[in-house]
Design a protein around this ligand. Structure first.
Ligand code: HPA
Ligand code: ZN
Length: 342
C-alpha cells in the first residue's frame, strides 16, 4: 500500500480509544478561553509561550504542568466544553467508542465538588452520544502520589454516580508508588462493581506490572512497556489475553523511548499480545489517536494487516459487551472490504 493510502486507511478505519485522560485533552486555546472566563491569570502570556513549556524529560515534569493546567477548570460548563471538544475530535477520527479517564482528586483538591465536574463530563457524553453517535464509558483514576485514605474518600464520593462509571484506574507518579499501596481500595471498588485497570510499567519497574495483575487484579494494563523484558510475564499476558494500552507519542515525549523505532508495540504484536494504540494526553504530546497510529506505522513499518489488527484489538480490549464487540468488529471488516474496492 502506498504511503498516502495507508494514512487514509489509518484515519478512516473504525477504532476505539482506551487510554485517554480527559484533562490531557485540554488544548492551550481552550485553556486560555476558560481561564479568561473564570478570571484566572495563567503564568504564560500566550498560547505559544504555553506550548513552548511542553518540553518534558520525564513523567513528573509533564505531570507538574498538567496539574497546573487543570486548575483553570472550575464550573460544570468548563468540564462540558473540555469533554465535548475531545469527543468532537475523536468522532472526526473515526473513533466509535472511547473509555475516558478522569482524575477526581485533582478537581477536588482544586475546590471543585464531585457533582460539578462529574455532571459536566457526563452531560457532554450524553449529548455527544446523541449528536455524534460515539459511545463512551468513564474510568475514574486514583492519583498514586496521594495516600490510601484519599483514594478511599474519593471512592465514597463517587458512589452516587457509580452506575455511570465503568471502572477505576491508577495514574500519576509511578516510581515509588507501587500498586500494593492501593490493594485494599481496589478490592473495595471491585466489590462495588468497578472494572480495575492501572498504569504500570511506564516508567516504573516490571515488578509493578506483576503487582498490578496479582494484587489489584487488573483487567487491562495501561502502558505496560516494561513487560517487554520479561518473557514469562509476556506469555502470561498473552495467555490470559490481558490487553496493553500503549501510547507511542506519550512515550516519546516523556522519554520512555528515545526513538519510536525502539517502541515495543511491534514486539508485543509479534508475541500475540492484545496491544492497542492510544493518545494518553493528546493536547500535551502532539497528536490524537490517528497521529499516534501514523507515527508508529512509519517508525515500525507496520503493514495494513497490522493496522487492521490494532483496530480489532481496540474493540476486543474494551469493556463493551460481546454483542457490541461483534458489531464493531463487523464494521472493521466492512470498512476493509469497502476500502479495497475504491
Ligand atoms: N502516566 C501517569 N499519569 C498520567 C499520565 C501518564 O501517562 N497521563 C496523565 N496522568
Ligand atoms: Zn495515561
Amino acid at each position: 500500500m502506498e504511503d498516502n493510502n495507508i494514512v487514509e486507511f489509518i484515519c478512516k478505519i473504525p477504532k476505539a480509544e482506551l487510554h485517554l485522560h480527559i484533562e490531557g485533552t485540554f488544548e492551550p486555546e481552550l485553556m486560555f478561553k476558560i481561564a479568561e472566563r473564570n478570571h484566572i491569570k495563567l503564568k504564560y502570556q500566550s498560547v505559544d509561550e504555553l506550548k513552548a513549556a511542553y518540553n518534558f524529560n520525564n513523567l513528573q515534569e509533564f505531570l507538574d504542568i498538567y496539574y497546573i493546567g487543570s486548575r483553570v477548570l472550575k464550573t460544570e460548563q468548563d468540564f462540558y466544553d473540555l469533554t465535548m471538544a475531545y469527543l468532537t475530535k475523536a468522532s472526526g477520527q473515526h473513533i466509535m467508542h472511547t473509555e475516558i479517564f478522569f482524575d477526581p482528586q485533582t478537581h477536588l483538591e482544586n475546590g471543585v465538588p464531585f457533582p460539578v465536574f462529574f455532571n459536566g463530563i457526563y452531560n457532554a457524553i450524553m449529548a455527544a452520544e446523541k449528536v455524534l453517535g460515539i459511545r463512551v464509558e468513564l474510568i475514574m483514576c486514583f492519583l498514586r502520589h496521594l495516600d490510601e485514605a484519599s483514594a478511599f474518600d474519593t471512592l465514597e464520593q463517587s458512589l452516587p454516580f457509580k452506575d455511570k462509571i465503568i471502572g477505576i484506574g491508577l495514574d500519576s507518579s509511578e516510581k515509588g508508588n507501587p500498586p500494593e499501596k492501593f490493594r485494599r481500595v481496589f478490592e473495595k471498588a471491585v466489590q462495588y462493581g468497578f472494572m480495575p485497570v492501572a498504569h504500570a510499567g511506564e516508567e516504573g519497574p516490571v515488578d509493578y506490572i506483576h503487582e498490578a495483575l496479582e494484587l489489584l487484579k487488573i483487567k487491562r494494563i495501561d502502558h505496560g512497556n516494561r513487560s517487554k523484558d520479561d518473557a514469562h510475564l509476556l506469555s502470561k499476558i498473552a495467555l490470559h489475553k490481558i490487553p496493553l494500552t500503549l501510547c507511542p507519542l506519550s512515550n516519546l515525549k516523556l522519554q520512555v523511548v528515545k526513538d519510536l523505532k525502539e517502541h515495543p508495540l511491534k514486539h508485543f504484536l509479534d508475541n500475540d499480545i492484545v496491544a492497542t494504540v492510544n493518545s494518553d494526553d493528546p493536547a500535551y504530546f502532539g497528536g490524537y489517536l490517528n497521529e499516534n497510529i501514523i507515527a508508529v506505522q512509519q517508525a515500525l513499518n507496520l503493514q495494513k494487516d497490522d493496522i487492521i489488527r490494532l483496530a480489532k484489538n481496540s474493540f476486543e480490549a474494551s469493556f463493551i459487551s460481546a454483542e457490541q464487540k461483534k458489531h464493531y468488529l463487523g464494521l472493521v471488516d466492512a470498512f476493509v472490504s469497502e476500502f479495497k474496492s475504491h
